[in-house]
Design a binder for this molecule. Structure first.
Ligand code: NAI
Ligand code: MG
Length: 517
């Protein structure tokens, strides 16, 4: 990858971390440090677009209720767009109160009459079928996800879709073993689960929610995010194909009001939410005192901690993966780099060189590293916070690259000279923006890492195993990665402390959220 440079193709828009711009840029700080070594070749990347033809998008989609697709009772619809081009992809039904009533009632009937009484070994067969269908149709799902969300095809193809299938496989395996899961001899499902998910990993979050709920014997009403409803609707089609009994899974598209109506519906027994801390708190208030079981997976401001004995090249890859994967739209993103002072300059310098090889542009191009920001609202939020970073005195470096003219884009950005009081060190930016802070001693690293209202994840980069164990004990974070970052496995529980929410998803712990234990 080193020395990589993308070709700017006029018809597709720029897809480039334009190295020549980097070499000659004098305005944004360290451009001159990126000069190619003499004799270093500058690679040209030809466009490598994934075919859009593998997916057919209907002009209009209905709600998936009781096993069939139908328009919203009041006929309301909204558009979902491709954030890389702003082109409308489809119109989607906007579920109102009557639709929420219908979906919850379909889920209740399916729970009582079919799904809960069914032996776990039979439920497992449906989950395995869904998992296999996700694999069969993986390419279609990946293209659709990238179109609707803006994420690079290599990520939807290699991460989102395979992990979504893996979750169904994993929980299918638990469906007939619940009495051996450590929750007593006869753990019972809760009933109807109301599940609200965000736009950053649309299909994967649907899988995280549905698979454990169904394995445990619950039925579901799922509300995907309004900017990314399409893969959840394709998953509904897969449920149909798998012969899942009607009403076991229902998908209600719509915006925040649909989500609010779902979580406060009296027929819902369990609420699961992934999204912003603000909405999570609202939901906690709505659910308080109702007896509904609640899990919340909210924001984060994770510290990625690099010690002076860390393998630098690996750490650089981990930093890049930590904050620039999925445009930084990741709740557990390593958005605060805590680097030991003695190696800070080296790390930042190497990081900028590495970032100069990233290619930003067409999400459907297989060579793209950085895709589009999911929505104009999110882009506005990223702009606001980065402007605050500059105004508060941190030094900004942005990858000098040409941004496509249409769509929502933000260049990979690194802030140095960040202090703990800066907004960019405290607030979740949820974009490709890294804040670099330094520390001198391990104790100082702990204090700084924990100086956040969040507590979802953290990363540690060091050569010393003893230091990893010591630090992992001290960090108030649900997930601590050592010498790696953003690694996910369905068998591993995931979740946070404090304002990052409560409850765990994934693994055996993830079952507990859907059982009466
Ligand atoms: P959001 O929390 O508003 O949206 C997440 C989901 O909740 C969507 O499906 C939305 O329709 C639904 N929702 C909104 N209001 C609701 C309500 N009152 N009751 C029930 N459901 C409701 O997040 P948004 O506005 O898309 O992003 C704002 C910020 O939240 C981001 O900038 C980021 O910092 C954070 N965020 C964190 C995520 C995570 O994975 N932890 C995911 C998405 C956003
Ligand atoms: Mg969209």
């Amino acid at each position: 990858m080193s020395g990589g440079k993308a070709r700017s193709s006029p018809d597709k828009g720029a897809r480039t971390a334009d190295r020549s711009a980097a070499l000659h840029d004098s305005g944004s700080g360290s451009g001159s440090e990126l000069a190619a070594e003499p004799g270093e070749s500058i690679w040209q990347y030809a466009p490598a677009p994934e075919s859009r033809d593998v997916v057919s998008i209907a002009p209009e989609y209905g709600l998936f209720v009781a096993g069939t697709f139908r328009p919203a009772a009041d006929g309301r619809t909204f558009a979902t767009i491709n954030p890389a081009t702003e082109e409308p992809l489809a119109r989607v039904a906007a579920a109102g109160q009557a639709d929420v009533d219908a979906a919850v009632s379909a889920a209740r009937t399916a729970y009582e009459q079919v799904w809960q009484p069914m032996p776990g070994s039979e439920r497992a067969k449906y989950l395995y079928r869904i998992a296999r269908q996700l694999q069969e149709r993986a390419r279609e799902f990946a293209v659709l996800e990238s179109l609707d969300n803006g994420k690079p095809i290599k990520e939807s193809r290699d991460v989102d879709i395979p992990l979504a299938a893996a979750h169904f496989f994993y929980y299918a395996g638990w469906a007939d073993k619940l009495e051996h899961a450590g929750f007593g001899p006869d753990p019972r499902p809760l009933g109807v689960a109301g599940q609200v998910i965000p736009w950053n990993f649309p299909l994967l979050m649907a899988a995280w929610k549905l698979a454990p709920a169904l394995a445990a014997g619950n039925t579901c009403v799922l509300k995907p995010a309004e900017t990314t409803p399409l893969t959840a609707l394709l998953l509904a089609e897969v449920c149909q194909e798998a012969g899942l009994p009607p009403g076991v899974v229902n998908v209600l598209t719509g915006a925040g009001d649909t989500g609010a109506a779902l979580v406060s519906h009296p027929g819902v027994n369990k609420v699961a939410f992934t999204g912003s801390t603000e909405v999570g708190k609202e939901i906690a208030r709505a659910v308080a005192g109702t007896g509904k079981k609640l899990t919340l997976e909210l924001g984060g401001k994770a510290a990625n901690i690099v010690f002076d004995d860390a393998p630098v090249e690996q750490a650089i890859e981990g930093i890049v993966n930590g904050i620039f994967f999925n445009q930084g739209h990741v709740c557990c993103a390593g958005s605060r780099l805590l680097v030991q002072e003695s190696v800070a300059d080296t790390v930042v310098d190497r990081l900028q060189r590495r970032l100069a090889t990233l290619r930003l542009g067409d999400p459907l191009d297989k060579n793209t590293d950085i895709g589009a920001i999911n929505s104009r609202e999110q882009l506005d939020k990223i702009n606001e916070l980065t402007q605050a970073g500059e105004a508060e005195g941190a030094q900004r470096w942005s990858l000098p690259c040409q941004l496509p003219e249409r769509g929502f884009w933000f260049p990979p950005t690194v802030f140095t000279g960040v202090s703990q009081s800066h907004r960019i060190a405290r607030e979740e930016i949820f974009g490709p923006v890294l804040s670099v802070l330094t520390f001198r001693t391990p104790d100082e690293a702990v204090v700084k890492a924990n100086n956040t209202p969040y507590g979802l994840s953290a990363g540690i980069w060091t050569d010393k195993g003893s230091r990893i164990l010591w630090l992992a004990q001290k960090l108030r974070a649900g997930v601590v990665w050592a010498n790696t970052y953003n690694r996910f496995d369905p068998a591993s529980p995931f979740g946070g402390y404090q304002e990052s929410g409560y409850g765990r998803e994934g693994g055996r712990h993830g079952l507990a959220a859907y059982l009466n234990v």
